[in-house]
Ligand binder design. Structure first.
Ligand SMILES: O=C(O)C(=O)C[C@]1(C(=O)O)C=C[C@@H](O)C=C1
Length: 366
């Protein structure tokens, strides 16, 4: 008896495989129909066709399943084909991990950003203010093992009468200081017409939070042959942020680094709220490297260490911080930049002096 059941089950197993092969073949044909329908602008759902097929099937039905059961089984098959057809209509976003499974790794000189590589640290002043200031900042961060230098020359300021940056002169001062100290230079571009200047002076083009949805700028930078750091907008949803990155990739620029910099919430103890889930989700949903700008996230020096730990714990590939020789007299963001002693304490407390030379798994175990 037991043996007979075993034998019958073996037959069912074989029939299951035959059914699966037939269903897969049928699905491939339905997908082909779906592609033609999409090209012709026709809907995928065709109730008349479904009714005709069900009629033909019930007419051919000799049992043991009732007509109703046969109809139920085939309706489930039609539904499954429809889902496949609709799925293939969905746009394949270049930023999506479904389109590209492997992590994108951005190479900046001898610094490698993303995947299993050691978390990077981007440091430098909010704005480039003078030769002396940028020289002091660049010399200091370079002496501490930092390879990526930030410094704004074109500043998007809320108040039109506040310091707007040194413009081209700032870019030149930044470039020269970076060259003297073996640093790579990241600076924010605000207008597509400044692209030639940035191509000459900067190593990484930063698109700031306020310009995250400047689609003309995104397209222009997307066509440039330079890595881009794309900050999340002040009130941008994760989807809007990733779509902005899609603009860059769709124009051919694959060296895109995302940067979470805190979003505007009701909370007033901090300037912005660091959205750690956005960092984790950006890593999950896209294949791009993700940084966290801890200076703007909290807008508070006393939060730089904990926010750094939080960012790295949820998978960030690096951190951006602001360092100024004398923050008290800084021409922008003077409440949140670190002086040199504070930066040394920051490196010690976050363990970044070790992290700068280690692989990710050596630091975090993952
Ligand atoms: O014949 C079609 O138009 C199909 O898309 C295939 C198919 C099917 O699976 O048979 C799928 C959904 C439609 O509602 C009708 C039929």
């Amino acid at each position: 008896m037991q043996e007979t059941i075993q034998n019958l089950r073996a037959r069912i197993d074989a029939l299951n495989l035959q059914l699966l092969a037939l269903l897969s073949e049928r699905a491939a044909v339905a997908e082909e129909i779906g592609r033609l329908q999409t090209a012709l602008g026709m809907p995928h759902y065709d109730p008349v066709r479904e009714a005709q097929m069900l009629e033909a099937l019930t007419a051919a039905n000799r049992g043991p399943f009732s007509d109703e059961t046969v109809k139920g089984l085939f309706k489930a098959i039609f539904q499954a084909s429809m889902q496949l057809e609709q799925e293939s209509d969905k746009v394949k976003y270049l930023t999506s991990r479904q389109t590209r499974r492997e992590d994108t790794v951005v190479k900046l000189g001898d610094v490698v950003l993303g995947s299993h590589h050691a978390p990077v640290l981007v440091a430098g002043p909010c704005s480039i203010e003078s030769h002396e200031q940028v020289e002091a900042a660049a010399a200091f961060v370079a002496s501490r093992g930092v390879k990526l230098f930030r410094g704004g020359a074109f500043k998007p300021r809320t108040d039109p009468y506040s310091f707007q940056g040194l413009g081209e002169q700032g870019l030149r001062l930044g470039r020269e200081a970076c060259d003297r100290h073996g640093l790579l230079f990241i600076s924010e571009i605000m207008d597509a017409c400044d692209l030639p200047l940035f191509l000459e002076y900067a190593d990484v083009l930063q698109i700031g939070a306020r310009n995250m949805q400047n689609f003309t700028l995104l397209r222009a930078v997307g066509r440039a042959n330079k890595p881009v750091l794309l900050k999340r907008g002040l009130s941008a949803t994760i989807e809007e942020w990733l779509m902005a990155a899609e603009y860059l990739l769709s124009e051919g620029n694959t060296n895109v680094i995302l940067c979470e910099r805190g979003i505007r919430t009701f909370e007033r103890y901090t300037r912005n709220t660091l959205d750690v889930s956005a960092v984790a989700l950006a890593k999950q949903e896209t294949h791009l490297p993700v940084l966290v700008d801890v200076t703007h996230s909290g807008g508070r020096r006393d939060l730089l260490v904990p926010l750094t730990k939080a960012g790295l714990a949820v998978g960030a590939d690096g951190i951006m911080v602001e360092v100024h020789p004398n923050p008290a007299v800084a021409l922008s963001d003077n409440k949140q930049q670190m002086d040199f002693d504070a930066f040394d304490r920051y490196l010690e407390e976050t363990g970044y002096h070790k992290k700068l030379s280690q692989k990710r798994h050596e630091v975090y175990g993952f």
